[in-house]
Design a protein around this ligand. Structure first.
Ligand code: 5AD
Ligand code: SF4
Length: 441
């Protein structure tokens, strides 16, 4: 009988895509997908460590497997991703969960096959976490599970050392993929019928600055958008310290590029931005948004915001609120600051009490939601183009997203997944839109 795998993913899009690579490796070894942990022969945890709750979540889920492992001793449990890259973490995991069989890192996931083979031949657990980033290993066997959307890494790692962030410590320095590898991957995906490509990197604007290539991000974007075919193009994440007009000009040249930019602001206060080591000011940030909207008045912006950073005063928090209103974000990921060991901010005095953090996050979430709701109302009666992604059996409706990432639901007799469709919006329910199908392209 064929052995089965089950992958549990935590964290960002980068991790979701890396789980697709892990699935590719496991399928290449002959494993097929399990329904859940119960019928799996190998369970892989692809972990995240960006905030403490992501870690706690993984700890809880790994711990819950103790009984299953006892009942099924042949079951392999592997833990990889960002958490194992943290200093001293494999030791903690080994002590807390002695039943883990394999540990690997985000920096050596491509070695997973060899580690599994090794584990099958020995009783001892296999712990192999690469400490320092190496050359990029080109890996083309990802098993993609999100048709018609596909993610393509353009670079790995981060050099920015924002004072709160653990990513540079666990993901290493910036390394860019060669343009020809990226272009070939996108060409293949488009030929296979993928309709939305998202270029991924921690800071896409510094693409190439590691010396891999002279091609800038704006040039790369231009080249990718020049690939023939009917597809949408997105990119994330842009860093406001070097988001620029060259990129916006490329967006103007190609209608394929969605007029939505994810531009994490983190805070609306210049003092806090400085303490965060973000290397831009509120004024520079706002001028970038203004520039973007001069080109495209309809452009939407999404962001990431942290509240309760060490030393954040009520006034400084209110500056963030004011900025959120001024930019009028389409949506925002909002986070409570979480101290990460090894980062500068974790050592700062004046950490903010939890009640204050909670109060601020609640107010901010309410503000962001009210903006999103207001934008939803503006959709009423309009016709929007949706890329159909899925069918929701419970609702008996198809669903997909518009250019700005808004979820739209509609009814159709025919299967529409993977098609661009026009829907006329009849109902706007908070963040979701409902509409009538007009025509299918
Ligand atoms: N605490 C809270 N949020 C964080 N982020 C990164 N590090 C932390 C932290 N220590 C957020 C930032 C980043 C997003 C991916 O996660 O907003 O943009
Ligand atoms: Fe973290 Fe800053 Fe790098 Fe983003 S740019 S991954 S927040 S260090």
């Amino acid at each position: 009988m064929q052995e089965k795998y089950y992958i549990v993913t935590y964290g960002c899009q980068m991790n979701v895509h890396e789980s697709e690579k892990i699935a590719g490796i496991l399928r290449g070894m002959g494993y097929t997908e399990a329904q859940g942990t119960e019928d799996a022969d190998i369970i892989v945890f692809n972990t995240c460590c960006i905030r403490e709750n992501a870690e706690n979540h993984a700890f809880g889920n790994i711990g819950a497997l103790k009984k299953l492992k006892k009942q099924k001793p042949h079951l392999l449990i592997a833990v990889g991703g960002c958490m194992t890259q943290e200093k001293g973490k494999t030791e903690v995991l080994r002590k807390k969960f002695p039943f883990i069989d394999i540990m690997f890192g985000a920096l050596n996931l491509e070695e997973l096959e060899g580690l599994i083979v090794r584990k099958k031949n020995q009783k001892k657990k296999v712990i192999e976490v690469r400490e320092k980033e190496g050359e990029i290993v080109e890996f083309t066997g990802a098993y993609r599970t999100s048709y018609p959307n596909a993610w393509v890494n353009i670079m790995y790692g981060c050099n920015n050392f924002c004072s709160y962030c653990i990513v540079p410590y666990v993901r290493g320095r910036e390394r860019s993929r060669k343009p020809e590898h990226i272009l070939n991957e996108v060409r293949e995906l488009v030929a296979e019928g993928y309709k939305e490509i998202t270029l991924l990197g921690q800071n896409v604007n510094s693409y190439g600055s590691d010396g891999t290539t002279n091609v800038t991000f704006a040039e790369l974007l231009d080249q990718v958008a020049s690939i023939e075919g009917n597809f949408r193009l997105r990119f994330m994440t842009s860093h406001p310290k070097d988001f620029n007009e060259d990129i916006v000009k490329v967006m103007q040249k190609h209608r394929k590029i969605c007029r939505l930019v994810h531009l994490p602001v983190q805070s609306g206060s210049n003092e806090i931005l400085k303490a965060m080591n973000r290397r831009y000011t509120r004024e520079k940030y706002l001028s970038e948004i203004e520039m973007l909207r001069e080109y495209f008045p309809e452009a939407e912006v999404t962001t990431d915001i942290i509240v309760g950073f060490p030393g954040e005063t009520e006034e400084q928090y209110l500056e963030t609120e004011a900025l959120v209103k001024e930019v009028d974000y389409a949506s925002a990921f909002t986070f409570v600051y979480s101290p990460r060991s090894g980062t500068k901010a974790a050592e700062m005095e004046n950490q903010i009490p939890e009640e204050v953090q909670k109060d601020r996050i609640m107010r901010l979430v309410e503000l962001v939601n009210s903006l999103t709701r207001k934008k939803s109302e503006k959709y009423l009666g309009k016709t929007v183009e949706i890329l159909c992604e899925d069918y929701d059996g419970k609702k008996d409706l198809y669903l997909g997203r518009d250019e700005f990432g808004r979820m739209g639901y509609f009814k159709s007799e025919k299967d529409r997944v993977g098609q661009f469709v026009q829907i006329k919006i009849t109902k706007a329910n908070g963040i979701s839109l409902y509409g009538e199908l007009i025509e299918a392209k």
